[in-house]
Structures are given as C-alpha cells and as structure tokens.
Design a protein. Sequence first.
Length: 421
Amino acid sequence: MLDLKFIRENAETVRTAIQQKRVNLNLDELLAVDQQVSEMKKTVEAKQTERNQNAKLVPKATPEERPVLIQKGKDLSEELKTLEADLREKQEALRLLLLKVPNVPLDGVPVGRDDEENVEIRREGELPTFDFEPRDHITLLENKDWADFERVGNVSGSRSYLLKGDMVLLEMAILNFAMTYLSQNGFTPMSVSALVRPEAFWGTGHFPGGEDQVYKVEGDDLMLAGTAEVPVNFLHAKEVLSEDQLPITYAAISGAFRSEAGSAGRDVKGLIRVHEFKKVEQYVICKGNLEESQAWFYKLLSNAEGILKALELPYRVIQNCTGDMGAGKVWMYDIESWVPSEQKYRETHSCSNLGDWQARRTGIRYKDKDGKMQFPHTLNNTGIASPRILVPFLENHQQKDGSIRIPEALRPFLGGRDRIG
C-alpha cells in the first residue's frame, strides 16, 4: 500500500508503475473516489457541527422553542446516520482500491512485460561435464527407489511427491544445513505454521489477485500459505516497535502449499512444480531507509548464494523486469540453478525489497530516535525450497553408477557420508 498523499502528489509516477507492472487498476477512479470521500467527510463534519450547535441551544430555549430544536436534533441525527453509513461504504471502496496500487520500482529496474525480458546479471560456478550419458532427476530417483510418483498420485493426486530412503535424509540434511547457515549469519531460526488467516495474505500483498493460488480450509477462517513470508510478516501486525529493535531478521521454515492455478500442462512430472513443499524463508524488517534496506537486500542475496556455493551448484543471478516483479516490490532478483537434463537454469530463489509497502498494509510501525512514527521496510528471499532444489542437486552431482556425490559442506548433516546410493 502506498501513502495516499504520495499518490495524490505523484499521480503520473504511480500511473506509470500501474502500467509497467500490468496491474488492473484505474487510477482516475481511485482519485475520484478519494475526492468523493473528502467531500463527504466535510459534509458529515458540517452536519455534526450543526447538530452540536443545535444541542447547545436546547437548554437555553424557551418552552415554545425547545420542541422545535429537539425535533431538529433528531432530524440531524437521522441524517447523519445515513451520511456516515454512505461515508463508511465509500471509504471501504477507497481502501480496496488502495490495496491494488503497486509499489513504484526503483530507478534501474528494467522495463519489461514478463520473465522473458528479465536481465541476466552474472553466472557463478562451473557447469558439470560427464563422461557418461547423464540422467534426469526422475530417472535418478526411480532407479534407486528414492521416490514413488505413481502411488502418491493415488493418495494425493497430481503434482504430489513421495521421497524414500536416503532421499528423505538428503532433503532433511539440505533444509537443516540452510537453517544452520542462516542462523550462523545472524538470523533467528523459526518454525511456523502454514495455516494463516486471510488478513495475513492481504498484509503481504498476495491478496487481492492471488486468491486462486491459495488452498482454503472449509469451515474455518484459515488458509494455507505458500511461503513463511505470509505468517512471519503478520507476526508484528499493528505493533509499534522501537528503532533499537531493528533490524529483525528471521529464518523461518514451514510447509508451503500452492494450487499452481494457471500452470496446467507445465512441469507436471517430477519435483519441479508440486502443490506441497518445504521452504526456508529469509525475512527482514529494517528501518524505513532505502539505503539500509538495499544493503539488506544484498545480504539476503549473499546468503542464498552462499548456500548454493556450499552445495556446489552452478547458478545465475537475474534482475526481474517490471512485469515480472510483483506489485509490492521495488527491487527484485531471482537466482536460477543449472539443470543439466534441460540444459537451462531454473528459478530456485527469489529476493525482494518491498520498501514500506507491506508494513503499511500490515500496520507495522516504529518510533525513530526523535520519537517520530515511521513505517519500516520489509524484505524476503528464499533460503532453500525442497523438493525443487533436489532437481539441480541430483543432476549436477550424479555419478556414472547413479549414486550422488555429497558436497563437503553437507556431509556433517548426513553422518559424514560423501555419497549416497
């Protein structure tokens, strides 16, 4: 959510952001409703003043005047009930429009329509070479009986997965390694529930617009989040923090659930695009200062790169264009890891700075050193997400016999083993 005063004073800038981010919003309608709310407030205030002045006349009125004044007071009260109800309705319409207003991208964000127009920043790591015909991750899993895609489909339907044996231990080891790595880098480990109330989705900006991606719990006012960002962002909803409490840095692990609406026919096999997965999320609340939040952006990026380097996975960093960065973000990079079987990079991490956009929606504030109330900035980035990370991991570290080499940094989390299978 943007400050309404900012929108009024920078209408063309906001209009450009709406166009570049391809948001379905008519800014002229919003500004018209804002003007209507302002005029209705003046009308209500004038009527309230008139009613109050009338009430002051009653005690001093003559017996003949008093009934007329009392009746006038009743009429004004009835009129105010209607006016105030209309004002509340119009204010709610304005609030819903404001929730659709995207954040303004920073200078330097490439203007583009979708992910095809993202810009590669750099590549890291050596692509693997094999003296044998490399296998894809599905073949590697099935050859070693590390997964069962057919039976789990009978249980949970399509886009579900079941890991077995050493693959379970590998998945847990990678998640544990990521949590340990982030903890050692100053982030507070948290284990959070994916069950959240709808207002938590509004707070992060997943609503409005992402309702079709979310599973709802019938009979309860609860939904399943697709990332720990959703519950963690709402932990401090409506709180007033002190500047000394900032920055707040979390490494949160949770289950994650996504309906994958609109992805029919895409990545239907294997571990790429599943409905349920496990995710470690980095999340930061810092002072509402762009220089500071951008410094935290690159710290989050560095953490993710450090994890991938420790896992010895080749990857590339790309900058997301305006059409692929989401409504709330002012700056965004993706990290894509190399998948040998496809001869391409696939997204495994997404790093975002949202400025004070989420904090305004969630009602998180802090008092600065001068006692002035401010909105903090929030940022997030993937720590690791499984099972997707297993795709590049298995394919890059596969051996001729189908076993998987374990990078040195991960071995302590697998009992010292240097390979599995």
